[in-house]
Design a protein around this ligand. Sequence first.
Ligand SMILES: Cc1ncc(COP(=O)(O)O)c(C=O)c1O
Length: 470
Amino acid sequence: MSEFVPVAIIEPFRIRSVEPIRFGTPRERREKLAAAGWNPFRLHADDVLIDLLTDSGTGAMSSQQWAAMIASDESYAGSPSFYRFEAAVQDITGFPHVIPTHQGRAAEHILFASVAERGDVVLSNTLFDTTRAHVEHVGAEGRDLPIAAARDPRRRHPFKGNLDVDALDAALGELGRERVPLVLLTVTNNSGGGQPVSLANARAVAETCRRHGVPLFLDACRFAENAWFVKTREEGQAERAPIDIARDFFALADGCTMSAKKDGMANIGGFLCTNDDLVARQEEELLILTEGFPTYGGLAGRDLDAIAVGLNEALEEDYLNYRIVSTAYLGNHISKEGVPIVQPPGGHAIYLDARAFLPHIPPTKFPGVALACALYVEGGIRSVEIGTLMFGEHATMDLVRLAIPRRVYTQSHIDYVIEVILEVWQKRAQIRGLELTHQAPFLRHFTARFKPIEANSAGDSVGTKEKAKL
Ligand SMILES: Cc1ncc(COP(=O)(O)O)c(C=O)c1O
């Protein structure tokens, strides 16, 4: 008899504590969104039915994590919780210096304030928004060098997060190590569609950096998901444990930044690691100034213990398989019906290609924000634009990210999300662009406000017959 292989996605956990979610109506949601300035970030979470705004800090913790939190220690200095955290990070990354921070961007702030200055250039496959902001905050330039396939949302490539090694070599040759404080490899590449980086590419990047005498850092937020993609897609890796693949990545680097809100499976936290004693000392001084004493770094002891357990849970094979398969389930179902998405489906999220979804809305009228608003009004789904609002002139695509919180939603929630997306796809010609009415100088997407463009106004190329819905 052949072995039974189920089609249903089985969440590798049982649920013992539940949170209610509120069903609203499209009319109610349209009012809420108007009051929020047509920016889903500004909505109250209680008014959201399925919250796919981010996978950052929104995961469900395990009973083991809660148990570790109860058994944690809140000493200001030298807490055993810190030493458990440090040991877990060192076991996976191998870095001698582990600096806890309250989240990933605090690690980025300390790193770039310590190593970069005006006129420097930080090279990357793609810098995440907060990372780019911290590079620019010290007067340096962030330059993205993804492989050509990454710029084409429809193109299928198993490792679309890869960095273009020839372009890196040329840029390092032109700029020299004096102007490049480090190269940052983002695994997986969030802004590029949650796409993985292959081990072969990481090795080639590391070799190029070494040849030019420039340190390589990892933005390791989704190191475990990346390891799973390597295991399932890269030749010769299938029999290896995710932790061993992850260790190979860290061994190639001189340090890393990490948001433990992703593959740390925690609700808050992050860290910064380095091999360099001198840099570690400078970073620790800044840490004390901005985050706190080096054995807590802006975190409670209980957070440190949650991360210590979570980092290893994120590497469990059953969990990784469920996570990547269920994200692909969403992507494959909508793509089969013609909805344009970044292919292939990413690890933590599905990215809708808003420029292809809404070709009648030019990038200057924020098609990504307009699509995110439509998903909310139609079905109470909150998502986020990754495009012209987030990156301004640097945006090469307008995407809407549907990020899946870890261990939170079941297959039937995802089936509902599929129904809503397909409904909005049917009604896409009615969706209008938006005009920016307020923006902040940095990271404007968090607080921006908009007004919808009226049906007949210039700047929105839709015909006059369709009635404005947004
Ligand atoms: C790739 C990447 N880097 C850095 C960060 C910043 O982390 P945090 O939100 O913890 O500051 C994020 C958060 O989404 C991210 O996805």
